[in-house]
Design a protein around this ligand. Structure first.
Ligand code: FAD
Length: 482
């Protein structure tokens, strides 16, 4: 049998990899390939933090392949000619891959599939990265879901997702390996090394992913229902970048979670955790069915929203210098480790679009460049949710108060103290509102407002009124998609 190319993309693992299984079942040698072609991803080519992660993850995948006697062949350039050249060099008769759902990638993949097939090759995409294929999930009217709860109830009533596939113990190799570009040629790592915080925090690759899942299931999951909302504690799984790069499959997470509990009815923590995985599914479902939402609001009346332009305010937000400690802590956590706690993501996003009235697109772009888990489906869906212009969006009048959110979810101020060192010595009652502290308290904590730490760039009450007025123009102007 002629060799098969396995074209790796966001599925950087050997276990539960249906494309890899298809190649093995076909028989013949297997040639694992990764093609770096960011220009084919349209306006949403991977950002800087994602590139850093990808470099580490490709290295890890290469090592894993070596352990099963194989290699990862890297190429840089347009994907189709690269795959055609590799097929020619190796005599491959088939190309297998796992599907992605970003609009530009979907269009590119369809064109590649058609061209390869017309040249007589077997060309086949598989589902590795979602529990349920978006095209197969429909509501009773046969239409895509736009509200989460019915989507969740529908998914929960489906048969469980297929059991994950095992990693192959070995892979048949070609007679001669085609040449590979060195990993450095992809130029994924930053020229100036700003990644120290990320290196310390993360272990990219499927081994790191499995270890993180095991640690989570062994402890945190029991308290997940409450713990996931506390940014000062390690309450959630931190699996998002591993999931984005496909270093671990959602099916593996699903089945390990259910098996660990081993009971018909899951405890609350496990059930809430599975629900979060299904939020990820929902975001992909929406991106698949409403591909324009990466740039345009799903609720079209929001296209006329009176966003402001304010470069100074945007920069203050990006740098974590808004004067609101919870917002600033979140933005600095993001800058340092490429990740931010979900509760704080909601607060900083709400602050940008509601307190500052800056376009959600500006926030989505900044997240895109700085998150290690930047994911077009999740990022788009969540930004539109916070802005109130997406599916099942937060009610337009919900404006997170960064002070009360901080007092509720970071009552001792631990999260703020960790990420905003200039407030590290401020006692808990003022950690989220330093401007209310007496002068002697500030002096004792070494805080000089306006010098060591900024005054709030907007007053909460007046920003709230301004946002409600702007949002009311939209609320009056039309109905949502239902
Ligand atoms: P856990 O609580 O352990 O949840 C497990 C998994 O469920 C996560 O890894 C993630 O894959 C999924 N999940 C959890 N919450 C959500 C959610 N709200 N939407 C979709 N999937 C979810 N997540 C990304 O993966 N990439 C993004 O680019 C992204 N951008 C976001 C932007 C904004 C404005 C907001 C409010 C949220 C965003 N999220 C994004 C969702 C969420 O914040 C992260 O998935 C979560 O914080 C990751 O941490 P975790 O792995 O510990 O999550």
């Amino acid at each position: 049998m002629s060799p098969s190319l396995v074209w790796f993309r966001l599925d950087l693992r050997l276990d539960d990899n249906p494309a890899l299984r298809a190649a093995r079942q076909r028989g013949g040698p297997v040639v694992p390939v990764f093609v770096w072609a960011p220009h084919e991803e349209g306006a949403w080519a991977p950002g800087s933090a994602s590139r850093w992660w990808l470099h580490q993850s490709l290295h890890a995948l290469g090592e894993q392949l070596r352990r099963v006697g194989s290699r990862l062949v890297l190429r840089v350039g347009d994907t189709l000619p690269m795959l055609q050249a590799l097929a020619k060099e190796t005599g491959a008769g088939a190309v297998f891959w796992n599907r992605r759902y970003e609009p530009a990638v979907v269009a590119r993949d369809a064109a590649i599939e058609a061209t390869l097939r017309s040249a007589g090759l077997t060309a086949q995409g598989h589902n590795a990265n979602l529990l349920f294929e978006p095209s197969e999930v429909r509501n009773k009217q046969g239409r895509p879901f736009q509200v989460f709860t019915p989507f969740w109830n529908h998914c929960r009533a489906l048969p469980p997702p297929p059991t994950p596939l095992r990693a192959p113990p070995g892979l048949p190799v070609p007679g001669a390996w085609p040449p590979s570009a060195p990993l450095g040629e992809l130029e994924l790592e930053p020229a100036i090394d700003w990644a120290a915080g990320m290196r310390e925090e993360w272990s990219p690759g499927s081994v790191g992913a499995r270890e993180r899942l095991a640690r989570f299931l062994a402890g945190r999951i029991g308290r997940y229902a409450e713990g996931r909302d506390m940014p000062g504690r390690e309450g959630s799984s931190s699996l998002s970048p591993h999931l984005h790069f496909g270093e671990i499959s959602p099916r593996t997470i699903w089945h390990r979670t259910c098996r660990k509990e081993g009971v018909a009815e899951l405890p609350q923590g496990a059930e809430v955790f599975l629900k979060e995985l299904v939020w990820r599914e929902f975001a992909h479902h929406l991106l698949s069915h409403f591909p324009d939402t990466t740039d345009a609001p799903l609720r079209t009346e929001f296209a006329a929203f009176p966003w402001r332009r304010d470069a100074h305010a945007l920069r203050a937000w990006q740098r974590g210098r808004t004067g609101y400690p919870l917002v600033d802590a979140g933005m600095r956590q993001l800058w340092s480790i490429g990740w931010m706690h979900n509760r704080v993501r909601m607060v900083v996003a709400s602050f940008l679009v509601k307190h500052l009235l800056l376009p959600w697109h500006d926030g989505a772009r900044w997240f895109w460049d700085t998150l290690v888990d930047a994911d077009l489906a999740n990022n788009t869906f969540n930004w539109q949710w916070v802005a109130g212009c997406g599916a099942d969006a937060a009610p337009y009048f919900r404006i997170f108060n960064p002070v009360s959110q901080g007092e509720r979810f970071d009552a001792e101020g631990d999260y703020v103290r960790r990420w905003v060192p200039e407030l590290a010595r401020l006692p808990a009652p003022w950690a989220h509102k330093p401007w209310e502290a007496e002068d002697d308290v500030l002096a004792a904590a070494g805080v000089r407002l306006g010098e060591t730490y900024p005054y709030p760039i907007v007053d909460h009450a007046s920003a709230r009124t301004r946002a409600l007025e702007a949002l009311a123009t939209i609320a009056r102007s039309g109905e949502g998609p239902g």
